[in-house]
Design a protein around this ligand. Structure first.
Ligand SMILES: *Cc1c(COP(=O)(O)O)cnc(C)c1O
Length: 427
């Protein structure tokens, strides 16, 4: 075997790229053709009446999501971001309120709070599963706190028992961002069924997709109705519908098309079959990575089902003696693509650092209804910062159609780079 690192001109472990993740097949094609043949690509109307709830495919798909997840209500939307915005709005969150959220997530999770002029309070994550830490949530609660926004990051459930216990003790609502974790379970229940309202993503990078799309689920009728209103021009509809609570009843157009809904219906049928191989591949990779001193494979807490949207690892620079960046650079040169750090802690984004969101007057942070003094200082969430800056790296290799043989290339690349790590000390 040629052991010269590809980074320095050696032969890479992997010259052929890994096959892409494709979940769209004949079933989706047929379903879309049926919609096209019908000529009805959407049937939503932004006024009160039967079509306020959308066309046949939208409603069919919603009933299927309700059945699959065992929830009373599913509301489709055109993205998980819009779903999160709807969920926060439906809860009646507004100016002066705080919502506790993890900084280690996609921006939309926290932006959903800002959209309603409320203030995101960022709380650090657990070292092992990278989800919001319940102990730190409790410390961050103030008289202004209205809700906790939980993200089941990478496909691993957050510690929901503790979070629900804290929420109930302090009378807070819980929103679950399940964009990365459809079919993950916590003590036998699907994530998304544990809090007050939850959102799934169907964007093109997620386990199942419709290009763009999202689904809100809840067991609370009022939240379902308010989400439907926010999805579809609430302000015009509330009068005819006789809605009394006008909090946040400014609506948008977050409607899913019949084409997306038809695809969503087929994709949901494939969810389990797309998830099981992820778990099997991840278990295989973990078995082999456990043997490498200085690299920690993903942790799975007892009674949790991790669905491995991505396969995350921790890198110990001290133990290994080179930086994560050098390691990842060398791996990537071997044709084994990894990413470092995930995302910048959200409070480090210019919007938070400069407190500039709506207009130029610092709203919602300076809004006179807001009497808190939220911190977005560097150092606020040390575990998140450490993961971003030094320790966390990940791949997306635990997915079909990859095989264990493909994962052997991954492990071989790890060993090859580690055997040659002395050459990487000064790059
Ligand atoms: C993908 C993602 C979203 C946003 O999903 P969209 O459907 O693209 O709006 C939100 N939160 C998390 C954690 C995500 O991974």
């Amino acid at each position: 075997m040629n052991s010269k690192l590809a980074l320095f001109g050696g032969k890479p472990i992997r010259e052929k790229p890994f096959p892409p993740y494709i979940t769209i097949g004949e079933e989706e094609k047929r379903a879309v053709m049926k919609v096209l043949d019908s000529g009805i690509l959407s049937r939503f109307v932004g006024s009160y009446g039967d079509d306020f709830y959308g066309g046949d495919m939208v409603r069919k798909t919603e009933r299927e999501w309700e059945e699959f997840f065992g929830v009373k209500y599913a509301v489709t939307v055109n993205s998980a971001s819009s779903g999160l915005y709807s969920a926060v709005g439906a809860l009646g969150i507004g100016p002066g309120d705080e919502v506790i959220v993890t900084p280690f997530t996609m921006t939309a999770t926290a932006s959903a709070i800002l959209v309603y002029n409320a203030v995101p309070v960022f709380v650090d994550i657990d070292e092992d599963i990278f989800c919001i830490s319940p102990e730190k949530v409790e410390e961050a609660i103030t008289s202004r706190t209205k809700a906790i926004m939980v993200v089941h990051l990478y496909g691993h459930p957050a510690r929901m028992d503790e979070i629900m216990r804290i929420a109930s003790k302090h009378n807070l609502k819980v929103i679950e961002d399940c964009a990365q974790a459809p079919a993950a379970t916590y003590k036998g229940s699907y994530v998304g069924t544990l809090g007050d309202i939850a959102v799934f993503s169907l964007n093109c990078y997620k386990t199942i997709q419709t290009g763009e799309g999202g689904v809100i689920v809840t067991n609370n009728e009022e939240l379902a109705v308010r989400s439907q209103l926010i999805r579809n021009h609430a302000e015009y509809v509330v009068g005819d519908m006789g809605v009394k609570n006008l909090d946040n009843m400014l609506g948008w157009n977050y409607r899913m098309t019949e084409i997306q809904a038809a695809i969503a219906s087929e994709q949901l049928k494939k969810l389990n079959a797309l998830t099981e191989p992820r778990i099997e591949l991840a278990n295989y990779l973990t078995e082999r990575i456990f043997k490498i001193d200085g690299i920690t494979p993903p942790v799975v807490l007892p009674e949790c089902k991790h669905v491995y949207y991505v396969y995350s690892m921790k890198f110990d620079e001290e133990k290994i003696g080179i930086s994560r960046t050098s390691f990842v650079k060398a791996l990537n040169a071997e044709g084994i693509l990894h990413w470092e750090g995930y995302c910048k802690p959200l409070y480090m984004l210019p919007m938070y650092q400069n407190r500039m969101v709506f207009g130029g007057k610092g709203c919602p942070f300076n809004c006179h209804y807001y009497d808190g003094n939220v911190s977005y200082e560097k150092g606020l969430c040390p575990v998140t910062e450490k993961m971003y800056e030094k320790e966390l790296f990940f791949n997306d290799f635990c997915r079909p159609p990859l095989t264990k043989k493909d994962l052997d290339d991954v492990v071989n690349a790890f060993y090859k780079v580690l055997e040659n790590k002395d050459e990487l000390r000064n790059i």
